[in-house]
Design a protein around this ligand. Sequence first.
Ligand SMILES: Cc1cc2nc3c(=O)[nH]c(=O)nc-3n(C[C@H](O)[C@H](O)[C@H](O)COP(=O)(O)OP(=O)(O)OC[C@H]3O[C@@H](n4cnc5c(N)ncnc54)[C@H](O)[C@@H]3O)c2cc1C
Length: 454
Amino acid sequence: MTSTLLIQLSEQLSSQAEIITDFTEYENYCHDATIETGQPSALIFAYDEDDICQVVNFCIAHKITLVPRGAGTGLSGGAVPQDGAIVLSLEKMTALRFDERQKVAFAQTGVITKTILNEAKKLNLFYPPDPASYDESTIGGNVAENAGGLKCVKYGVTKDYVLGIKAITMNGEIIKTGLYNHKAGFDFTELFIGSEGTLVIITEIALKLIDIPETGETILTAFDKPKDAAQTVADIRMQGITPIVLEFLDGDAAACSNSYERNDALDNVAAILLIESESTDSEAIESICRKNNCSYLNREDDPIKVETLWKVRRNLSKAVKEMSIVRISEDVAVPISKFPLLVEFVADMNKNSNLRINSFGHAGDGNLHVNFMGQTGSDNEIKQIEIEIKTLLQKAIELGGTLSGEHGIGLAKKRFLSMEFDDNCLDYMKRVKCTFDDSALLNPNKIFPKYTRI
Ligand SMILES: Cc1cc2nc3c(=O)[nH]c(=O)nc-3n(C[C@H](O)[C@H](O)[C@H](O)COP(=O)(O)OP(=O)(O)OC[C@H]3O[C@@H](n4cnc5c(N)ncnc54)[C@H](O)[C@@H]3O)c2cc1C
């Protein structure tokens, strides 16, 4: 892209909008939280919908690919730019307002998830979806990935709270869905949720809020066998109990967390569960843990001590990253009754591999994040990780599960998509993509193994 073209574009943008072409101090924008990278030609910080429309029209006129970006915490490569692309950062669009009486928040795409929680709390309202990255990720990124979180076992994931979306299409037009519009007709809200920045550029989201629920009791429990912890998860859910949070960490993940921030209870355990439950369920949960031979159990309702327990989980992704040169994290999910089989399978993979493989996740929903940790980053090691990943994904599908519980397909899993969907279904998905992005310039080469225009 020539500098003359960029000068032309900058003249059409709002006075605040910034165009960056020297990436020395902006290297972060060449990747997300995966190991994938790309070399964009420009980075643009948009401040309003007009800026976005101008950038879209520019990209169409000059056939330049465009990648929407929130905070870049994605774990499937969705915000990784194609070489030569324009990265459109939406992090400066941070207006947030509330309709307290209707219990609705209107958040521009760049609002940090935790800000919505904090601001809603001041009005005695609650926004439940809380990805572990909630102090960094943006609400636009959460909607684009349909993010899950710790409390999602009880309260549901992002899509359960989206009432409507405002977005810009690749024709440079505003499209409104749900609450922003009449509700009859096709449900574009659902379509845009989880579309991973490939259909439209989201600018604002109307979010449902609920009354603040009572805080439950926190239970930290440890096991000598990962299988027993996983069976406890399945038993709790299959007995009809829905805890507020039900997180699983295998022994190695707990050890990573322990080296990052010390907690004596985590020494030499084979697995732990971190559970928040309504007090009426705590007795039943404790007895299921004991029936499955837990070796340690601590029930805590002192808020300060409870916060220390939750740190174990919130720090985990960073802790695991620090313990390896290269880490690839997969996020499969299976029906809850199959969760023990999945955990056992991962434990066996770790035993039989010379890689370090550990796992943790929002187990109450059947989610398991499996981390493949390399100590050299060599080509051979990466190849080996790829083989192990394929084995894991095949097992998840065989157990009736899915390739991705919450991180999306992006670049990371597109070559495996046909394990989960047949050609007919993939073909219809590509037609939808083509309807919204006929020129194939909006975040192309994501999700689909091969994207050809239909
Ligand atoms: C430490 C850590 C913990 C995590 N924990 C969780 C977890 O518990 N649950 C979970 O679900 N995920 C988790 N993630 C993954 C990640 O945080 C989520 O996917 C999050 O929703 C990404 O938000 P973001 O703002 O960083 O988006 P980005 O990474 O910037 O983008 C993600 C995708 O969304 C698209 N996008 C972003 N904004 C827009 C927009 N306005 N319009 C259209 N497309 C857009 C991008 O093109 C890209 O495809 C975690 C990641 C990390 C690093």
